[in-house]
Design a protein around this ligand. Structure first.
Ligand code: AR6
Length: 179
């Protein structure tokens, strides 16, 4: 791992709907028609135009990502991805699908023209992914993707609690020690 990659990643605690980055990532469901958690918060803050655009996308499979405008949000784009539902999956499959959600969201953002991207902790709410395991997958998969993706300058992990932020920082520290 190239340590310079970690300098392009930061962890903050906050509400992702207020992030003035180029693209925010939404932890959506396969319908892309809205829901609770961060998905609900993003749709409420973006306004009804977001649901109208999402309705034209034909849904999204777990691990994949689709881009829309951001309407009333401060960001320019919303990248909708779908994480895995943790229960019932072998842990390796869950990790692989969660990693794919992060990487494909990052690539979709880069493809749209974003240079800064903010992620919530995908799958760690309604989809039941253990917080520590999800933080390790998030940090490792994004770091590996950034090594190959120079269109993205910065990735911000917007955590919704102090504990979640601490787990993401610990995962960053563990990677830094390996680099
Ligand atoms: N900013 C940042 N993080 C947030 C915010 C916010 N405003 N609100 C919640 N979180 P979840 P999932 C955190 O359940 O597990 C939806 O109904 C939250 O604390 O939003 O991927 C979708 O429609 C948690 O750590 O997403 C799907 O049906 C994290 O965001 C389903 O939930 C993710 O929790 C997706 O489940």
């Amino acid at each position: 791992m190239d340590a310079a990659v970690l300098d392009r990643m930061e962890v903050v605690e906050g509400d992702i709907t207020t992030e003035a980055v180029d693209a925010i990532v939404n932890a959506a469901n396969e319908t892309l028609l809205g829901g609770g958690g961060v998905d609900g918060a993003i749709h409420r803050a973006a306004g009804p135009g977001l649901r109208d655009e999402c309705a034209k996308l034909g849904g999204c499979l777990p691990g994949h990502a689709k881009v829309t405008g951001a309407f009333d949000l401060p960001a320019r784009w919303v990248v909708h991805t779908v994480g895995p539902v943790y229960d019932g999956l072998p842990p390796d499959d869950a990790d692989r699908l969660l990693g794919a959600a992060y990487v494909n969201a990052l690539l979709a953002a880069a493809e749209a023209g974003a240079r800064s991207v903010a992620f919530p902790a995908i799958s760690t709410g309604a989809y039941g992914f253990p917080q520590d395991q999800a933080a390790r997958v998030a940090i490792l998969s994004v770091a590996r993707a950034l090594e190959k993706e120079d269109r993205i300058d910065t990735v911000r992990f917007v955590c919704f609690s102090e504990d979640q932020a601490a787990l993401h920082r610990a995962a960053m520290d563990a990677l830094r020690k390996l680099s």
